[in-house]
Design a protein around this ligand. Sequence first.
Ligand code: MSP
Length: 521
Amino acid sequence: MKKKYYITTPVYYVNSKPHIGHSYTQIACDTLARFIKQLGRDEVFFMTGTDEHGEKIEKAAVESGLKEGQEQKFVDGIVPVFKDLWTKLNIKYDYFIRTTDDYHIKTVQNFLDRLYRQGKIYKKLYKGWFCTPCETFWTSTQSPDGICPDCKRPLEKLDESNYFLKTSEHQKWLIDYIDKNPDFIQPDFRKNEILGFLKNEELMDLCITRPKSRMSWGIEVPFDKDYVTYVWFDALINYVSGAGYPHDMERFSKTWPAEVHVIGKDIIRHHAVFWPIMLRSLEIELPKSIYAHGWWVIKGEKMSKSKGNVIDPIDIISRFGVDPFRYFLLREVQFGSDGAFSEEALVARYNSDLANDIGNLLSRSLTMAEKYFDGHVPDVSNINIVNTRAEEIKARAIRSVSEMEKLIPKLDFTTALANIWEVIALANKFIEDSKPWVMAKEGRRDELALVIYTLLEALRIVSIEVYSIMPETSEKMLAQLGMDKADGLNLANAKIWGSLPKGMKVNKSQSLFPRILVKPQ
Ligand code: MSP
């Protein structure tokens, strides 16, 4: 039985509509999922969803004008906003989980029940802090000043009896596990941060409930009806409940462990510390890896409703297109690091990398195929000229495919794209240096045929390579080259130089990325 390649995104809080930060994780995971499908070796299971319980959602429901007890109505109204954005961004997930789904609620209760029966959960008075925006507990040692160490907002003082999961006893085991499995937490510098934390701070048992008297929008604790489950305990379990645990163990065993949980750096502790301990407590295998990407900031500041600097992805894609947005996010900043989002940077990338480099290459090459070969792919099968520049392009193009095979599964989109753009740059330079128009004028037909064929073949390879990042562009490029869009779905087609059928008709149509001349607002 072959295991599926299981990719997850976080389940997003539905207290407000999604912004570019959420889109970023989605686009990264969608690219990975499409690429693994393109490799054709594994069946992919790509899951995303929504995190619908907790104090933050309860408050948002009330703020929206609904009465207490109408939270379900509130979340039902927001989930379609997320799904709609994912459709617009071309996110092809295989499954969407909602933490209010019945089967998920049962899985969470099953977890709680078993842990309780095994004596791994106990009750005690909790005195400490709680950050509602982060839905995170903090001790007074962690926050001596009552300010959230993560989001820097004021904390709420808690003094309530709660249930706790015995977490601290796993501290040493977790340190050893991370040491022995160097790829478990990525990138490396994040792993070191987690190890630093685990080696220097004593792990507290995890509070896993909230009394209903304080907050009731959550999954009821099966052994104490006065409590609901702490939202993070509930949310993390989505990764296994969505894969079938325990209601469909056949599907679960084909899916779990996840290949990678892709998350933002803000939620790494929950994933790299609490989640492994929760799983170990029930003897469930750990995910293979956790990858924490960086944050997009606006003019050096975090995006927030109160600052009024939240970027709406719908606005961006309606003005610049979906593929430029996907490309920009994955190219502009090394995946894993933080980045500054600005329209100026987006427009600059658009005009240079998309309009000038790839767009121009396609349009110039097709124009020449039309002009000099009546719109057909020239036949080079009987041409015996050696053109070292053409050979160089061929070798670089083929190499970029094998590099991609290594880089994308490691989520290094940035380097993979830079490599593809090297091929594009070589091809553009080839046009300028070899001057096909002079060849045409001087009647050097064989040389000309070789140049045009090399350009079209390089473009065919590039169009397959960009599929996972810019699916619509890939399709448009293939169509203009006279190929079928299905040819782009198989990466193996990009590894064979010379697959462009001779004599095939190309179909030059409108430019891929018309230059943006207006200054951004
Ligand atoms: N519900 C929790 C996750 C539970 S997973 C078991 C949560 N949700 S969230 O909606 O607040 O945000 C989830 C993710 O959105 C972050 O981890 C990150 O992936 C992404 N981002 C939110 N803002 C971001 C930026 N400004 N920049 C990049 N990504 C950020 O946390």
